[in-house]
Design a protein around this ligand. Structure first.
Ligand SMILES: [Ca+2]
Ligand SMILES: [Ca+2]
Ligand SMILES: [Ca+2]
Length: 166
């Protein structure tokens, strides 16, 4: 009985003092990225952190360990039209692992989002797709996606972006 009490006290010390939970802060103001470098950042855990384990979920699949870092940021390499989220865990030099963080915001990798129908050219077809959905909310990752700037609504801004890339 005594032994297990000691073990429990040591364990709770590990959790509360050595490593705190990591608070994720996404560096994206919008939830899509138009290149393949998807940058994630988080606040440093308190305690003697040696490194962080970074887990990623692609398209809502289960989280997989993708790498470790000694800094408080990580860059995932995205692929076009896939969704990415991460979770992070702090680890100390003894290998004690802190609690898993909350999920980050979802970042959608969308290369050339102004080419709405993804045929390699920006032309009247893309403009027409934006106009067809003008004023509509876009909450899901749909294809083709007329919400060019990824802010959840199809409006004049999306039209302007397509016209600029025409
Ligand atoms: Ca980027
Ligand atoms: Ca097009
Ligand atoms: Ca929009």
């Amino acid at each position: 009985m005594k032994d297990s009490l000691v073990a429990r006290i040591v364990l709770s010390l590990l959790i509360t003092i050595i490593i705190s939970e990591v608070l994720i802060t996404s560096v994206h103001s919008v939830d899509y990225d138009d290149d393949t470098n998807l940058d994630f950042a988080w606040e440093a855990a308190t305690g003697p952190v040696d490194h962080y384990n970074v887990y990623a979920s692609i398209d809502n699949n289960e989280y997989v360990l993708v790498g470790t870092t000694t800094t408080t940021s990580y860059t995932l390499t995205g692929e076009d039209n896939h969704k990415y989220r991460i979770k992070v865990q702090a680890v100390d030099a003894m290998g004690n692992v802190g609690p898993m963080s909350e999920e980050s915001d979802t970042v959608i990798c969308r290369l050339n989002p102004w080419d709405v129908n993804k045929d390699g050219v920006v032309n009247e077809t893309d403009l027409a797709l934006v106009l067809q959905h003008f004023g509509q909310a876009v909450t899901e990752s749909i294809e083709p996606n007329p919400d060019v700037n990824g802010n959840g609504i199809v409006n004049i801004i999306d039209l302007i972006i397509v016209e600029q890339k025409y």
